[in-house]
Design a protein around this ligand. Structure first.
Ligand code: PSV
Ligand code: MN
Length: 424
């Protein structure tokens, strides 16, 4: 299914008057609203190929309908999102779930939808049917050299796919760790992982980056070999200038101060990418902004402040991606909600009065500092985000249009009721 632009224009015309009123109201409050619209238009959030189907838990999976059956259909789904919101202009592939059969055709299809290929992701957390060695006791950390070699080769293979597609980064998330005390020698596990990553690093093209993603726990419950930003930073620093830390919002122990982590990683020039989601307890993979929208804003506040301080381009300086899983929602609706929440938090961060905040910080006026941040957080900036989206050719209300055009019903008609996408 494709969404014709006249359908978007039709909705935009219907909503034009009320949109204008709301936009004028925001403009009245913030003199820089016009200036930040271009930044909002430029900001694109990659969609992972594994988030287009219904996710499950350890206890079950309740399949959705009309899920994409192939890489082509996944690209089509991201194309639908991008047509509606003009902020989802990239797709991130997971190998071997999404191995392209014909690079040129896949690239052409993506280009047709206005999409580029974001970071490619390797998978050494599952055993594939045809693979010789098992990752049961880890991959890059494994005590067995043959297992490590297989995992290294896989990552190099993933880089090769990425080169063909025009990706410029590899994300490595390792499930490596241990379940019981005494199972692992921590130093040896670290050393093996580092040496394996060094071999992968050596295979990176000149203009590529490697993102080392950390996660506190799960699937291992006693230790994780890349468990937190300190460990990731240690690997990234030892690897060299092309290696960076990747922050996934769901990968921290409860109440971690993620905004502070982000700020310090930026300061060190080692923040590479971001995975958005939300959680109440652990790696819940919920819709971004659905549980802790204030935290999301505070993170963006640090991102904008830090990126400006480092002279980085907001849109291209870091890898931006959603990493979520949808157990009970239509994945496309969930992704539209996530992108909207991200754009709102970004817009609010752009509206923070930096000069006033710096001045208040300099005299330790704690009350004023809080007022400055919360004044923006409590402002409804949805019309500002909608304005940027509409100027870029997107819909005033993407979710409402998705429903009124019966996109999911159409996809079910095309693909069938019982379809299962590859992924988590
Ligand atoms: C597992 O926690 C995970 O969600 C990681 O965040 C990765 O980024 C993703 O899976 C895909 O491998
Ligand atoms: Mn992630």
């Amino acid at each position: 299914m494709q969404i014709e632009s006249y359908k978007i224009e039709e909705q935009n015309q219907q909503l034009a008057a009320s949109q204008q009123r709301k936009f004028d109201f925001v403009k009245e409050q913030f003199s820089n609203s016009e200036a930040i619209i271009q930044k909002l238009i430029n900001f694109q959030i990659a969609i992972p190929s594994w988030a287009l189907g219904t996710g499950g838990t350890r206890f079950g999976r309740f399949s959705g309908s009309g899920e994409p059956r192939s890489l082509e259909e996944k690209i089509e789904d991201v194309g639908l999102l991008h047509a509606l919101n003009k902020s989802s202009g990239a797709i991130s592939l997971h190998i071997p779930w999404d191995i392209p059969q014909n690079y040129q055709a896949i690239k052409a299809l993506a280009a047709q939808h206005g999409l580029r290929f974001d970071a490619v992701n390797s998978n050494t957390f599952q055993d594939q049917p045809d693979q010789k060695q098992s990752y049961k006791f880890g991959s890059l950390q494994n005590v067995d050299k043959a297992v490590r070699k297989q995992a290294i080769d896989h990552n190099i293979e993933v880089i090769k796919h990425g080169i063909e597609l025009g990706s410029e980064a590899l994300t490595v998330w390792l499930a490596d760790g241990s379940n019981f005390p005494g199972q692992l020698n921590f130093r040896k596990a670290f050393q093996n992982t580092l040496e394996s990553l060094q071999e992968i690093y050596a295979a990176l093209p000149e203009n590529w980056k490697v993102f080392v993603e950390y996660k506190a726990f799960e699937p291992n419950f006693y230790s994780t070999t890349v468990a937190d930003w300190g460990q990731s930073l240690l690997y990234a620093t030892k690897l060299g200038p092309k290696a960076y830390t990747l922050v996934d919002l769901g990968h921290h122990l409860p109440n971690a101060n993620i905004e502070q982590i982000v700020s310090l990683l930026l300061m060190e020039g080692k923040l590479g990418g971001f995975h958005f989601n939300d959680s109440k307890y652990a790696d819940d993979d919920l819709t971004t902004g659905s549980i802790r929208p204030y935290q999301l804003f505070l993170i963006f506040n640090e991102l904008v402040e830090g990126m400006d301080a480092m002279g980085m381009d907001h849109a291209t300086g870091l890898g931006w991606m959603i990493d979520a899983s949808h157990n009970v929602k239509d994945p496309l609706e969930d992704l539209l909600q996530s992108v909207e929440a991200i754009m709102i938090a970004y817009a609010q961060a752009l509206l923070v009065d930096r000069k006033a905040l710096n001045e208040a910080q300099a005299v330790s006026d704690v009350v004023r500092c809080q007022e400055i941040l919360q004044n923006v957080f409590r402002t409804d900036v949805r019309a500002l985000v909608a304005e940027a989206r509409m100027r870029a050719g997107g819909a005033a209300d993407p979710l409402a249009l998705y429903r009124s055009l019966k996109v999911r019903e159409n996809l079910i008609g095309e693909r069938g009721y019982k379809t299962v996408a590859t992924g988590l």
